[in-house]
Design a protein around this ligand. Sequence first.
Ligand code: HAM
Length: 422
Amino acid sequence: MSEKIQSIRGMNDLLPEESGLWQKVEQILRSSLNGYGYQEIRMPIVEKTDLFKRSIGEVTDIVEKEMYTFEDRNGDNLTLRPEGTAGCVRAVIENGLLRGQAQRLWYTGPMFRHERPQRGRYRQFHQFGVEVFGLEGPDVDAELIAISARIWKQLGIKEVTLQLNTLGSTDSRALYREKLVAYFKQHLDQLDEDSLRRLESNPLRILDSKNSDMAALIAAAPVLEDSLDEADRAHFEQLKASLDQMGISYEINPRLVRGLDYYGRTVFEWVTTLLGAQGTICAGGRYDGLVDQIGGKATPAVGFAMGLERLVELMKEQDDFEYAAAPDAYLVLAGEQAATAGLALAEQLRSALPELQLVTNLGGGSFKAQFKRADRSAARFALVVGDDELEQGTMTVKDLKGELEQQTLSIQGVVDLLSSYN
Ligand code: HAM
C-alpha cells in the first residue's frame, strides 16, 4: 500500500453524519434572507491580492499574516479569499450594480485564513454573509441586526448577546486617532513590538491587542465616543432606538473595533460564552468608504458575516438541541423477483411523494441482513416487498419505532400512510 495522503491542517471534511444539519442551517439562512428581499450573489474564491490589501488594510492580522497568497502560472499575485466583503464590493462595481439603485445581497462559501487552528477557528471555514449597498440610514443597520436575531430564533440559538459600537465617520476617527497616538506616545515603554509598529500606521488596532501586559494601558486610553460628531451620534441613537422598539437587547462595547480596516460608524458582534475563546458567531458593520476605495462611485454600505462552523457548534451546545438525519423509509426486497421489481416500486413511491426520503435496499442480502440495514439507516418505516406482496400489489409496513401495528397495504395505502408522516 502507498503512503496515505492527509488533509491540510485546519481544513476539514464535512462528513455525512454532519452534512444534513449543515444543509438544514443553510436552508434556514437562505430562506430568511430571501424572505427579506435579499438576493444571492456568487463571487470567485480567488481574487487579486491587491483587492484584499486595499480593502481589509495593509496593517491587519489578515493581510500581514493570514492570507493564502500565491503567484499563478502567469505570474499574477492572487489570494484565496479570507472573507467575502472585498470580493462582493469588487463584483458590484465591476458589474454596474450600483447605478442608481440599492442592492441587498447575500453569499455563502469557504474562506481561508492561515490562523492557528483550535476549536471554532479553522484555516478553511465557511461564512454566510450579507451586504447592503446604497442606503446610508441607520434603518438598514437595524434591519441587518433584526435579520440575525430572527435567524438565532430559527436555529434555536439562545445564548448569544449583541455587542454594539460606533467608530464614527472618517473625520471623527482622524481626530480620535490623533488623541490616541498622543496618549500611546506618552507610554512608549509599555507598548509591545506589534503595537509600536502600529502606532503610526494603524493605532486603533492597538486597542484590539490580546497582550495582557497592555490591558491596563488600553483600558485607560481615550475612548472614541468623545470624538464623535453630531451626525455620527444621531446615526447611532436612531439605530439604538430601532433596536429598542424591536425588543432586541444589546451591550454597548466601546472597545469593539473589529479586525478589518474598512469599518466606520456602526460595528457589531454577536458573541457567546459557550464556545471557548472563539465566541463570535457573527460580525459586521458599516463601511461607507470602501466602494470608493476600490474604485467605484462613493456608495454607503453595511453588512455582516456569520461563521457557519461556529453556528453549528453553538446549536449543538443548546440544551434542547435535537437533530437526527434519517430517511422516512427503507425498502426491503425479499427474494429475487422483488429485487428486480424493487427499483420500479421505489420510483412509483417517489413520483407520488416528491419529498419522500426513501432508501432502497441494493445489493441483495438475506431478509435479516436487510432489516439490520434498515435499522442502521434509522428510517422510521421498513417497507417489505416479498413474493406475496409482489403478486398482490401490496407492501408490508413495519414501524421501526414500534408505535404502529405491522400492516399490509396497497401501494396507495402506503403512499397515504407515508404522507401523513412526512
Ligand atoms: P470577520 O469578523 O473577520 O468579518 O469574520 C466574520 C465571522 O467569520 C466571525 O465572526 C467568525 O464567526 C467567522 N470566522 C472568522 N475567521 C474564522 C476562522 N478562522 N475559523 C472559523 N470561523 C471564522 C468579516 O469577515 C467581514 N467580511 C464581515 C462583514 C461583512 N462586514 C461587513 N460585511
